[in-house]
Design a protein. Sequence first.
Length: 308
Amino acid sequence: MSSPDNGYGCSSSSRNRLWILPLFLLTACGTPAPPAAVVVPAPTVRVQAPPQPYDAFRGDLLDVIAAAVLVERDRCMAKADYPELQEIGGQPVSGSFDDLKVTAGSFGATGAAEARRRGFGRDVPAEPPAVRSTSQQFSAAMDRCTQEANARLGPNAQEVQNRYYDLGNQLRMALRPVYADKMPPRFAVPVLACLQAKGFTSKTPDVRSFGVPFGDAGPEPSRGWDKRGVLQVRPANPARPYVPTSKESELAAAWYDCTTTAGWPRYQLTRALALQAATVRNLKPQLDELTPTIKSLAHQANTVIAQQ
């Protein structure tokens, strides 16, 4: 089981407190259904998501707060003779809750050209530099500096952030069922028939079942950890774009046309928005309680950042 993330790009193991900066993630199909002879109409344009219920959750403000805490924490660590955090620039990745913004693109490509380019894979994002240590002195300094950094934002700042992160994760978990949905026969039958007409045959609406070779994002760079006193520093890793095979690109374009025509992505988007609305209704008391405080903390965080 992985170590819990403390919200600022560091985690601690249950033994020896291994500090690492920073830490950082669906497709599903599979209901068997035989293809049937159906009339396949011309593809339609996928619907885009309107403003959505999850807009009530201000994940963007959490990013501002985290950035300010890191600035203050790393300055404090430098004074404690650990300048490495400042040197590598440990800023958090923005958009930490962007996955809560559900759009048509959440369920695949939004056009045939995009489908050909992307295939069915995902780009590997860049990884910023990282620092780790098993030093008890480093661990104690990190704890103290993190507490002091939060104290600059206001009383109970860390507690409020933890509760808001937990709230965001509850919203995220509520959406998991829609991503895990298996394609029911009312969509699978026309999709498989459409794909068969385009030269791709399978008994199940699973892109892995068509016998098509898939691409990859290339080998992972071998970047080791450099020893710096009691610390180890790992250089940044560049992003690695996923490159589909030519046959995969053909299947991806056909998949886009056939699933869009059948209405499967529209169904998924509608279901996701409905789940959002139900979840926000259930969590409204927590949102109403915590969001004003998060806004206040973010305002103070902007002041802290501006003073650097």
